[in-house]
Design a binder for this molecule. Structure first.
Ligand SMILES: *Cc1c(COP(=O)(O)O)cnc(C)c1O
Length: 481
């Protein structure tokens, strides 16, 4: 065993079982969480008990390879589902495919200001860090059980690209991708529509991303779709995604030599998955982590945390398309934790939100939430100005999502200790928006130039549950039998 991460009680058996945030499921295994994503009561899965890591031990090994940290974290969550050797092999294989040896390198921009580069995977966005790994874990789990799996994803661009790349041609898996028609960047769309794999179906939905998410949740509950096969999602409602993102918070603290001291992470936020992975890292022992969720004009999360009113509004289109979310799915996880893991309260709040499109957060809960995370909304002109000034001052060219975090960091109250901006995508995925913001053309990496010559395959559909369900039932029938 070569783990740089040491852990103490609770035991692996406790930490690798799961409960639902709505109180209706307990003692669920990691494989079931991975292959089901949403609990039967409509809640999200959370670990029965959080493992704890000794971060002092972790940071004494500032040069620990990312894969060691990922292994140390992940083994607590997979439990008995994978042997240490199999897990280690999946992790090593996954990150050997990244184009930087550090996987998630940290670069310094300024005194006390750092950028965590999360775009060194095959589709140039942070989604690859977890998607590439869980694709391997899902394939292993299916090989063990002999089952077939229909995977679904609603995407604002990057999740669909990462999933299509990770699951193209995977045996026993069919992947259905729902993206909002003409609301993803052309390069993002090409990444998901040019795999050429017949186990991937892309549907462009006439609606926004939240409409795609609602359709997907309906599909997950569709009994006919489930006949004789498993149906799961690779959105960040799937805990497998989130636990695979916690390691880069630990590796950053190790690289900074920050120990238990404060480190502010500014996270470009849509569904609150990446930010929740940071919350989890703190819960697991990285006590210095301070979280600032930076959202764009789609400010439902910031509005909820700042006023107590959580209300659904139609999403507006911004340059940071992958953050055009007004009903952030992982807010449910934070509310579950902040309520003292009260499944009843969590269920009541989200049922109200689902049926009425709004809900008021009780005062006690609101205070608890504010202790966990800050949130700020940044308008386009602020993000553009931050993109341009950062480029002029430091030479770092941010993607439009990262620019939202840069602008948020500049407005945040003083905090002792370093600030880390999570850089969630390569600027070349969004050349027009980057030119509009900073006045420069990003250099196009090889991975993107080749896409122009490939044929795109996708279908269009109205945002109608029955139409989309029918198409996916037919697709699943053809591909999985
Ligand atoms: C998905 C995405 C985000 C938002 O991440 P969440 O986990 O949904 O909050 C931010 N930036 C980019 C580039 C993304 O692809």
């Amino acid at each position: 065993m070569n783990s740089e991460v040491s852990s103490s009680a609770p035991t692996r058996a406790a930490t690798s079982s799961y409960v639902s945030t709505r109180g209706g499921a307990r003692d669920v295994s990691f494989n079931q969480v991975l292959l089901e994503s949403l609990a039967p009561d409509g809640g999200l899965y959370a670990p029965t008990a959080w493992p704890r890591f000794d971060v002092g031990e972790l940071t004494r090994h500032a040069t620990a390879p990312f894969t060691d940290i990922a292994f140390g974290v992940m083994r607590e969550f997979v439990g008995a589902a994978f042997s240490d050797a199999r897990l280690r092999a999946c992790i090593d294989e996954t990150y050997a495919g990244f184009d930087h040896p550090a996987v998630a390198p940290l670069t310094q921009l300024d005194a006390g200001l750092f950028v965590l580069e999360l775009y060194h995977g095959p589709t140039l966005a942070f989604k690859d860090v977890a998607m590439q790994l869980i694709a391997r874990l899902i394939s292993e789990a299916l090989a063990q059980s002999g089952e077939k799996l229909l995977l679904l994803t609603a995407t604002s661009g990057d999740t669909g690209a990462a999933a299509a790349r990770a699951f193209a041609g995977a045996p026993g898996v069919a992947l259905g991708v729902l993206h909002p028609h003409e609301r993803v960047s052309p390069l993002q769309r090409r990444q998901m529509t040019t795999t050429g794999a017949d186990n991937v179906l892309n549907i462009a939905v006439d609606g926004d991303f939240d409409a795609c998410q609602r359709l997907m949740r309906g599909l997950l509950a569709d009994k006919e779709l489930r006949a004789g096969r498993l149906v799961s999602s690779v959105n960040s409602i799937n805990w497998g995604r989130l636990c695979a993102q916690a390691p880069y918070y630990f590796s950053t603290i190790a690289a900074l030599g920050a120990g238990g001291g404060p480190v502010r992470f500014v996270v470009p936020t849509g569904n609150f998955g990446d930010a929740f992975a940071g919350w989890a890292a703190r819960r697991m022992g990285a006590e210095g982590v301070r979280l600032l969720a930076a959202v764009n004009d789609n400010d439902a999360l910031a509005h909820a945390l700042n006023t107590g009113e959580y209300a659904r509004k139609p999403a507006v289109e911004t340059a940071s398309v992958s953050m055009d979310v007004q009903a952030p799915s992982n807010l449910e996880r934070l509310i579950f934790e902040a309520s003292g893991r009260n499944g009843e309260e969590t269920r009541a709040l989200f049922s109200a939100f689902e049926t009425e499109g709004r809900t008021a957060l009780p005062d006690a809960l609101l205070h608890a939430l504010r202790r966990e995370v800050d949130a700020v909304s940044i308008v386009q002109s602020q993000a553009d100005a931050a993109m341009r000034s950062t480029y002029e001052r430091t030479g770092f060219l941010a993607c439009p999502h990262t620019a939202v975090a840069l602008a948020a960091a500049a407005r945040a109250p003083f905090l002792e200790g370093p600030t880390v901006i999570l850089s969630t995508a390569h600027p070349a995925k969004f050349p027009d928006a980057v030119f509009a913001g900073a006045g420069v053309h990003p250099q196009t990496p090889q991975a993107l130039t080749a896409l122009g010559e490939l044929t795109e395959t996708f279908e269009r559909a109205p945002a109608d549950a029955e139409t989309v369900a029918k198409r996916l039932r037919a697709f699943a029938g053809e591909r999985l039998g």
